[in-house]
Design a protein around this ligand. Structure first.
Ligand SMILES: C[S@@+](CC[C@H](N)C(=O)[O-])C[C@H]1O[C@@H](n2cnc3c(N)ncnc32)[C@H](O)[C@@H]1O
Length: 282
């Protein structure tokens, strides 16, 4: 789905018809739905809740990590919007919920533009809830896969919504850890190449840096039956991904430590295990 479809309404999105509903697999856990469960949402199935509970049984900080990640994303968007960024490409959008990117950006400038991208049919089925901007044509949704960045960059809906000759903030928040090596390097490099100077890349990413050998070994078993694998990366891996970009202070840190005015919750940065960074394209 990119441009308006015959079965769609004025939003350009397809109605959640039988074909779309048939794409929703309720037999394996999906990252968007499990994340929604951890955030306290209702758009998830038994298999997602079971997976979420299994992971939280081994890593009790997992739901808190989801909340901390979502809060980081909101602070990063606010930080950039306050510094004049008016265009956002949010890849790996997740299910709509409090603190959607366009709501935060458009509180600062109602004409801010946001393109959302996700490859999960359930996110597509709920995407109409994202297109609630007051100003027409400022928000769009693409049913695309991050593993094919060119299909995103060349989509006509994207090019009609965002001006890539001007700064754009690309959000890769809690999505790259669902993509196996070596793809993230090609993906980030391709996206960067398409961005004007003064653009930004925002990432957050799960890490196993603070886990002992036993806990690391348990990880693949916990996500073995998921729709997407989980590929935690080290601080050095992530710094390599961002090489050549200018890290905004305080650099690559735990999401709970990035421009966070709020007292940390009961879990430490090590238990949360999610790095976040905002990096500027020179
Ligand atoms: C954990 S959620 C994060 C949602 C949101 N970015 C946030 O941080 O609040 C990860 C999202 O990435 C999406 N995703 C995973 N792999 C993807 C891919 N290859 N292409 C596009 N989206 C993907 C999932 O469907 C899910 O909605």
């Amino acid at each position: 789905m990119s441009a308006a479809t015959p079965s769609g309404d004025a939003s350009g999105l397809p109605m959640p018809d039988a074909d779309l509903l048939a794409r929703i697999d309720t037999t394996v856990a999906h990252p968007a739905r499990r994340y929604n469960y951890w955030l306290g949402g209702k758009d998830n199935f038994a298999v997602d809740r079971a997976s979420g509970d299994l992971i939280a049984g081994r890593f009790p900080a997992a739901p808190a990590a989801a909340r901390a990640n979502r809060a980081f994303a909101g602070r990063a968007v606010q930080y950039l919007a306050r510094r004049g960024i008016r265009q956002f490409l949010d890849i790996g959008t997740g299910l709509p919920g409090p603190g959607n990117t366009h709501e935060i950006a458009q509180r600062i400038d109602p004409l801010s533009r946001v393109v959302y991208v996700d490859n999960d049919p359930i996110v597509l089925a709920h995407a109409r809830a994202l297109l609630t901007a007051a100003a027409p044509d400022t928000v769009a949704y693409l049913d695309r896969d991050l593993r094919d960045p060119d299909s995103i960059l060349h989509d006509q809906v994207l090019t009609a919504t965002l001006d890539l000759t001007r700064p754009v903030a690309v959000l890769l928040v809690a999505v790259l850890h669902f993509i196996d090596h070596p793809d993230p390097h090609h993906i980030v490099a391709r996206l960067r190449q398409a961005l004007a100077p003064g653009s930004y890349v925002v990432i957050s990413h799960g890490t196993a840096d603070f886990l002992d050998i036993q806990a690391k070994a348990a990880l693949p078993g916990l996500t073995a039956r998921d729709a997407a694998g989980f590929y935690p990366r080290s601080r050095d891996d992530l710094l390599a991904l961002l090489d050549g970009l200018g890290l905004v202070e305080p650099g690559l840190v735990s999401v709970i430590d990035w421009h966070n005015p709020v007292e940390p919750g009961p879990f430490t940065a090590e238990q949360i295990g999610v790095y976040g960074a905002v990096a500027r394209v020179p």
